[in-house]
Design a protein around this ligand. Structure first.
Ligand code: HEM
Length: 425
C-alpha cells in the first residue's frame, strides 16, 4: 500500500486531555460486556459528546492528518479525516490488522480462534471465508430469511405484559438469537448465555484478568453439542466442518452470540426513537418491499447505529511502518466523531438516498475487507423483530431520555434503562 499520508504528533498536554475523554467512558461502560449499573457514570463522564468535542478541538489545532499521541510505552494514533478512515479500513488486514493487541487481550478469553483476532493473514482469510459463507455476507437477504422470520415473529408474539424494559426484552431476544444461530433445542439454554456473559465480563479486563479455562471449556463443550445437532435451517449449519482444521468453525460462533447483543441494543434504541418520532413511525407502518424487505426499518436501525454506534472505537494496528507511524501502532477511529459530523438528528433517509454510501467514515459496521460480515443478517433480524413487535402492540416511551429534542439527539442513550408502556393494538 502506498500512501502520502503522514501523521503529526500531539503535545503531551493534548494527549492527556484526549485519552480520558475517549477511553474512560468506553472502559467504564464495559468494552466487551456492558455494565448496566455503570451506564449512569458514563453519562457523568460526558459520554461520547465530550470525546467528540475533544477530537474536534484537536482537528482544529493540528489539521486532518492522523494524530500520533504521546503515550508512555505505547504508540497510539487517532484518525481525523474521513478519507483516512476509508484508507485505513481498506488497508485491512495489511498494513492495518484488526487483530490489535488490545482486542486479542480481551477477546481471547472467550473466542481465541475468532477471525477478528487472527493475526496470521493466511488463517484469517480462511476464517473470514467460513464466516461469510455461514452469514451469507454477500446477499441482502440471508438464505434462511424464512425460518428466521418464523422464529422472530413467534417470540415477538409471546412478549406480554403492560411494560417492556431491558430485562424482559433481552430474555426474549436471547431466545431468538439461540434459536436462529443454534436451533430450537438451544432456545431455553440460558446457561450457555450465562457462561458466555461471565467470560465476557472477564474479557472487560483484557490482559489484566487471568484466563478461566474451566469456564471456557464448559462453554465450548455446550456450544459444540448444540452445533453438532443444529438443524439445517440454523446459521450454525452453514459452517463447513472437518475440511480444514485451521478454521475451527465452532470457534467462530462465540463472536456471533456476543455480537447479537449489539443488535438487541439497536432494537431497543430504535423502538425509543420511533416512539418519539411519529413521522418516522408512520412511515415504518407502511414499510414493505423486496429485495431487502422492510427497507425503511433497516434504515432506521442503521441510523440508530450511526447516532449511538455499538462499536464506538474501531481499532487497527500497523503491521509495518506506514503514515510515518512505527510498526505496532494502535490506530483509533472514534466513530461518533465522524457520525455526528453528518447530523445530530434521526435521519434514516441518509441510508436510502445514497448519501451514507458516499461517506467513507459512516462506519457502524466498520468498512473494507474487515467490515462486519453479519451486517445484512443483523439488519434483517432487527428490522423483522421491530416490525413483529409493533404489529401486536404499541410502545410508548416512559420518560424523556433526551429524545424529544429532535434537533440534537443526546450523545449517549442508555439502552438498559429504557422502558415502554405497551398496549395491544
Ligand atoms: C448491531 C449489530 C452489529 C454491529 C453494529 C456490528 C459491527 C461490527 C464492527 C464495527 C466490526 C468490526 C470490528 C473491528 O474491526 O474491530 C464487526 C466485525 C465482525 N462482526 Fe459484527 N456487528 C454486529 C453484529 C454481528 C453479528 C450478529 C454477527 C454474526 C452473526 C457479526 C459478525 C462479525 C464478525 C465475524 C466480525 C469480524 C470480521 C473480521 O474480522 O473480518 N456481527 N462487527
Amino acid at each position: 500500500m502506498t500512501s502520502t499520508t503522514t501523521a503529526t504528533r500531539a503535545s503531551a498536554a493534548d494527549t492527556a486531555r484526549l485519552l480520558p475523554a475517549v477511553l474512560l467512558p468506553i472502559i467504564a461502560g464495559g468494552v466487551i460486556k456492558r455494565r448496566p449499573p455503570l451506564m449512569g457514570l458514563v453519562g457523568l463522564l460526558g459520554g461520547d459528546e465530550r470525546a467528540v468535542r475533544e477530537i474536534t478541538r484537536l482537528r482544529d489545532r493540528y489539521g486532518d492528518a492522523p494524530l500520533a499521541l504521546r503515550v508512555p510505552g505505547r504508540e497510539v494514533a487517532v484518525v481525523l479525516s474521513p478519507a483516512d478512515v476509508g484508507a485505513l479500513l481498506a488497508g485491512t488486514p495489511d498494513p492495518f490488522t484488526p487483530a490489535s493487541t488490545d482486542k486479542v487481550g480481551a477477546l481471547k478469553h472467550f473466542q481465541p480462534h475468532a477471525v477478528l483476532i487472527t493475526r496470521d493473514e493466511r488463517v484469517r482469510a480462511k476464517r473470514r471465508a467460513a464466516n461469510e459463507k455461514a452469514l451469507d455476507t454477500g446477499r441482502p437477504l440471508h438464505h434462511l430469511a424464512e425460518p428466521i422470520h418464523r422464529v422472530v415473529t413467534e417470540e415477538a408474539a409471546a412478549l406480554s405484559g403492560s411494560t417492556l424494559d431491558w430485562d424482559r426484552f433481552d430474555a426474549t431476544w436471547q431466545r431468538v438469537v439461540r434459536r436462529i444461530v443454534l436451533g430450537d433445542a438451544a432456545r431455553d439454554d440460558v446457561r450457555l448465555t450465562e457462561l458466555l456473559d461471565r467470560l465476557r465480563r472477564t474479557a472487560n479486563w483484557a490482559w489484566l484478568a487471568p484466563r478461566r479455562p474451566r469456564l471456557l471449556s464448559e462453554f465450548t463443550e455446550r456450544l459444540r453439542a448444540h452445533v453438532a445437532r443444529a438443524d439445517p435451517d440454523t446459521v450454525a449449519a452453514g459452517l463447513s466442518h472437518g475440511v480444514d482444521t485451521e478454521v475451527d468453525p465452532v470457534g467462530q460462533v462465540p463472536h456471533w452470540l456476543f455480537a447479537f447483543d449489539a443488535a438487541g441494543m439497536a432494537i431497543m434504541r430504535t423502538l425509543a426513537v420511533l416512539a418519539t418520532h411519529p413521522d418516522a413511525a408512520a412511515r415504518a407502518e407502511t414499510d414493505t418491499g423486496e429485495p431487502a424487505r422492510l427497507p425503511f426499518l433497516r434504515a432506521c436501525v442503521l441510523d440508530t447505529l450511526r447516532l449511538w454506534p455499538t462499536t464506538p472505537a474501531i481499532l487497527r494496528e500497523t503491521t509495518t511502518q506506514i503514515w510515518g507511524l512505527p510498526e505496532n501502532t494502535t490506530v483509533l477511529v472514534f466513530a461518533p466523531y465522524f457520525h455526528r459530523a453528518v447530523s445530530n438528528r434521526f435521519e434514516p433517509d441518509l441510508w436510502l438516498d445514497g448519501r451514507a454510501q458516499s461517506q467513507p467514515a459512516l462506519v457502524p459496521f466498520s468498512g473494507g475487507p474487515g467490515q462486519c460480515p453479519g451486517r445484512n443478517l443483523v439488519l434483517y433480524t432487527t428490522s423483522t423483530m421491530l416490525a413483529a413487535m409493533r404489529t401486536h402492540r404499541e410502545y410508548e416511551l416512559v420518560g424523556d431520555h433526551g429524545l424529544r429534542d429532535r434537533t440534537h439527539l443526546p450523545g449517549t442513550l442508555d439502552n438498559f434503562h429504557l422502558e415502554f408502556r405497551a398496549t395491544a393494538r
